[in-house]
Design a protein around this ligand. Structure first.
Ligand code: NAD
Length: 535
């Protein structure tokens, strides 16, 4: 039998990555670095997966006739050489292997901080020139100092762990990390960037470059820092304003900077950053270790094959970090998110303006991308005629002007792990909250402020009614007369209204639903068919 998956390596990959693919029984490696754009476009459709580094341009023209191509994996982080929009439009997953360089980049940032603290760069330089100046280069100890970590993602967290081990006090800021502490209470989180600044002796940046982060350390924010603050940027050039850095150093407000990344790379030969004695520079070396380079190519090949085999999605660039390699609890929440979204979807009568996902509990945070996308498919699936999948659902939602927000809270809530989905549409807001208890069954515990405890599965009917005596009896009689058995029922009251959530043994006839809709005091009747729970 021919191997199931044909993988085209169109760039020069580390031998370990190539060997990994060759070793897989279900994969055939086609190793063809150095193709022209036209040659690549001509053969790409014969392959199931493509792996590149930064040397190959995967343009819209290359992806125009995708044939059997289902995924493009970048061995490394930056995906500037891949036309993400074109890939997304064709339903092709683009993935990178960012995680593989986390440790190397964190170690580099840490090395820069240590070198700054002990003037390694400058003292090395003077010894090279024949000098021996011990007084000038007296340093400062890291232990006991406070490190401010800006961006508490993969790299920020890894740097923080190391700083804690060095006896540093660590504080951090990340607007998408909703907890007062992290790393088991060892890191204090601040809600505002400006709050973190007066507390930090060292500041290290681990955020993506975007409109919010470009120039976030500038003249105004430098002024809020401790006098002599030392700053490190091993994330992306431009996060520390290059124009404002040198004046801050000259005035003594900044005690030194270590930069691995620059506005323009390489920086101009006459850039003062290259020669300033208080600026330590490295040429974008964060991920440049043998281990990271091996790991990115093996990581890209592994992720690509896992996706093709249907085993999981990791490092997805155009699918928001969707993962199928979830632990059992995360998998139950992913399933619950889709059930919750489908349950609440019929209540949305106007266009959706904003969807907020609130994930309570550390275990849910790492599955956020998957939960978000599966819920969106559940929410929008009925309203759109485009087939939705994990690759296209988020861009389609955004194209339709739906703002998406995810808030994660590290500490478990009172009810343990919890997922809330809030949908703003027109003047109204709908909110549904779900949990999974120890019996492993998903529950909806709240809809629009109405408390309940119901397993979202099978045929369900939601009835919103005026909270007047006799309504429940009326509904029960109507179902009974139509020969439809109610298997479970939750009634919740709020102010003058009540929400009945019914689980039925079978599908209710259309005539019954119409009759209910015309009963006095009944405001809304919605029917939803959800998959049964697996036995
Ligand atoms: P990540 O996505 O895991 O973490 C980024 C974090 O930044 C997230 O937690 C996010 O919530 C946070 N964030 C987003 N906007 C923010 C804001 N306005 N203020 C504060 N926090 C904000 O990414 P990562 O893998 O940790 O990478 C971090 C950075 O390092 C990226 O810019 C990446 O490109 C860069 N990087 C550099 C090198 C190198 O060679 N120097 C290598 C790898 C990664």
């Amino acid at each position: 039998m021919p191997p199931a998956f044909k993988i085209l390596a169109a760039d020069k990959l580390a031998d370990e990555g190539l060997a990994f693919i060759r070793d897989q029984k279900d994969a055939e490696l086609v190793n063809k670095p150095g193709l022209t754009e036209q040659q690549l476009a001509d053969i790409i459709g014969e392959h199931d997966g493509l792996i590149v580094r930064s040397g190959v341009q995967v343009t819209a023209a290359v992806l125009d006739r995708p044939g059997r191509l289902r995924a493009v994996a970048r061995a490394g982080v930056g995906v500037d050489n891949i036309d993400i929009e074109a890939a997304t439009a064709k339903g092709i997953l683009v993935m990178n292997s960012a995680e593989a360089s986390t440790t190397s980049t964190a170690e580099h940032a840490f090395a820069l901080m240590m070198a700054l603290a002990r003037n390694i760069g400058q003292s090395y330089h003077t010894m090279h020139e024949g000098g021996w100046d011990r007084n000038k280069f007296q340093g400062s100890q890291l232990s006991g100092k406070t490190l401010g970590v800006v961006g508490f993602g993969r790299i920020g967290r890894t740097v923080a762990e190391r700083a804690v081990a060095f006896g540093m006090k660590v504080v951090a800021y990340d607007p998408f990390f909703n907890a007062s502490t992290a790393l088991d209470g060892k890191v204090k989180m601040y809600g505002e960037f400006t709050e973190l600044l007066p507390h930090s002796d060292f500041l290290t940046f681990h955020v993506p470059l975007n409109d919010q982060t470009r120039g976030m350390l500038n003249k105004q924010t430098f002024a809020l820092c401790r006098q002599g603050v030392r700053v490190i940027n091993a994330a992306r050039g431009g996060i520390i304003s290059e124009a404002d850095l040198l004046p801050a150093i000259e005035s003594g407000q900044c005690g030194g900077a270590a930069l691995d990344v620059f506005d323009t790379e390489p920086p101009p030969a006459d850039s003062p950053l290259r020669t300033h004695p208080k600026v330590l520079v490295t040429p974008h070396l964060g991920a440049s270790t043998l281990e990271a380079q091996r790991a990115v190519s093996v990581g890209a090949a592994t992720a690509l094959l896992e996706y093709l085999r249907g085993e999981g999605i990791s490092g997805a660039v155009n699918a928001g970090g969707v993962r199928l390699d979830l632990d059992p609890i995360q998998a139950r929440f992913v399933d619950l998110s889709q059930r919750m979204a489908r349950l609440i979807a019929p209540m949305l009568c106007q266009g959706i303006d904003r969807v907020t996902f609130e994930l309570t509990g550390k275990q849910l945070a790492s599955a956020a991308g998957t939960i978000e996308r599966m819920a969106l498919i559940g929410l929008l699936g009925k309203h759109l005629d485009v087939p939705l999948n994990v690759v296209n659902v988020k861009p389609i939602a955004e194209q339709r002007g739906i703002a998406l927000r995810t808030v994660t809270t590290e500490e478990d809530g009172l009810g343990g792990l919890e997922l809330a989905i809030e949908i703003e549409h027109g003047e109204e807001t709908c909110r549904i909250v779900g949990r999974v208890y120890n019996d492993d069954r998903p529950r909806v515990v709240q809809i629009n402020g109405y408390h309940m405890d119901i397993v979202p599965a099978g045929v369900m009917v939601l009835i919103l009614n005026e909270d007047t005596p006799g309504t429940v009896g009326l509904v029960g009689t109507d179902f009974g007369q139509a020969g439809v058995n109610i298997a479970d029922m939750a009634i919740s009251r709020r102010q003058t209204k009540a929400l009945m959530t019914l689980k039925l043994d079978g599908e209710p006839p259309e005539a019954l639903i119409n009759r209910l809709r015309h009963r006095p005091g009944i405001l809304k009747v919605m029917i939803v068919k959800l998959p049964e729970l697996p036995q």
